[in-house]
Write a protein of this length. Structure first.
Length: 382
């Protein structure tokens, strides 16, 4: 891929170009169908396009057609085209011009791809997952970037807000000695920007984990949801970083095979080291969140047990009070029963004329009350 091939003066012919060739225009102007407004053309998705020679920008075409034409006029130049969520027509136009493989173009159209590195002839197709940390909602936002790298062109197709490739372009233009190394240098710069973008995410997630630990031991009831949401984000972060380790090792092997500049190979090894470190941190975050979730579940269980114990103790105390009330009610009911019997107005009651009837009634009340008191006391009701 490091060897530049001269671009022919005529456009390449391919299946894509034949599919995109419009029919011959007629002399009659086209009129919109009756009752339908004229079709509104899709806005261009070109973020920036530029042609470089020996590491210096020589042209900034405004359209894809101008980019194609000027690149054919400068066989030793390199085109760097940046697109953001392009329509299908633009991708097909690029595929026709640069002989991009249909499978790679299909992946770039659909997005939602895993990070990967594939080679189609002289063209590399790279899928990257960029990430950025949003401070206000305290969450991680992921973007997707597709990169086509050929002998004399670099095409980036961005799906999402991250990464900021304009900063990458400025950095490369400020170091023409690196940019003149060709498309491989641009690919390195893009990889480096994506990997460097992981550092603020790692710092933000570490801060979130520290806050979650405080909330867990503080008994915040909403912390379980935050742990779950952050765990989901770490799964996505792991999917973005873990494949990069193998990808970069494969890319380094390819750079060595095709004789890429030694300095560029050293830069790429540095990026691989950063990716490995980030991947290990993400693995540690997942394990830490799993441990925190376990601790939170244990603390919640302990809190529930304490509440159940408190309820049981309250119920026990309530039962004790009920038993005391019931015992005293029974003791007081005994003299009330005796007094009620002797309070009945009957003439023929044998005890009414008995001299010891009153002391007997009082003694009977006392005996019954004392007996009930002793019984309830032995049963711990009093």
């Amino acid at each position: 891929m490091s060897e530049r091939r001269a671009r022919p003066a005529a456009k390449r012919k391919s299946v894509w170009r034949r599919a995109l060739t419009p029919p011959a225009a007629s002399n009659r102007p086209e009129e919109p169908p009756t009752g339908r407004p004229p079709a509104v053309p899709e806005p261009p998705s070109i973020v920036q396009a530029a042609l470089y020679r020996d590491g210096v920008r020589v042209s900034s075409p405004a359209t894809l057609a101008e980019t194609f034409r000027e690149l054919r006029e400068q066989p030793s130049g390199m085109a760097w085209i940046g697109l953001a969520r392009p329509p299908e027509s633009e991708l097909l136009s690029l595929a026709a011009e640069f002989d991009l493989h249909p499978l790679a173009v299909e992946d770039a159209m659909e997005a939602h791809q895993r990070p990967k590195l594939e080679r189609y002839g002289e063209t590399l197709f790279v899928v990257l997952r960029a990430a950025r940390y949003l401070d206000a909602p305290e969450e991680v936002d992921f973007g997707e970037l597709h990169v086509f790298v050929g002998p004399d062109f670099v095409i980036t197709v961005r799906h999402g807000a991250a990464p900021d490739l304009s900063a990458v372009r400025r950095r490369m233009e400020e170091t023409p000695e690196l940019l003149k190394l060709g498309p491989e240098a641009v690919l390195y710069a893009i990889l480096d920007a994506v990997v460097d973008g992981y550092a603020p995410v790692v710092a933000g997630v570490q801060n979130d984990i520290d806050e979650i630990e405080t909330e867990v031991f503080g008994g915040d009831p909403a912390v379980s949801r935050r742990i779950y949401e952050l765990s989901r984000e770490m799964v996505e972060f792991q999917r973005a970083t873990r494949p990069l380790v193998g990808m970069l090792h494969g890319l380094m092997a390819g750079f060595a095979k095709y004789g890429t500049d030694e300095e560029l190979q050293r830069y790429l090894r540095d990026v691989a080291d950063h990716v490995t470190h980030t991947s290990e941190r993400v693995d540690g975050f997942r394990q830490a969140l799993t441990d925190i979730l376990t601790v939170n579940a244990t603390l919640v269980t302990q809190q529930q047990n304490a509440e159940m114990r408190a309820l049981a103790e309250a119920g026990f105390e309530q039962n004790e009070e009920i038993k005391k009330i019931s015992a005293w009610a029974a003791i007081l009911f005994a003299p009330t029963l005796v007094g009620t019997i002797y309070g009945m107005n009957f003439d023929h009651m044998p005890e009414l004329d008995w001299r010891f009837g009153y002391p007997f009634a009082i003694g009977l009340m006392g005996v019954v009350c004392i007996s009930l008191y002793v019984i309830f006391k032995r049963r711990d009701w009093l």
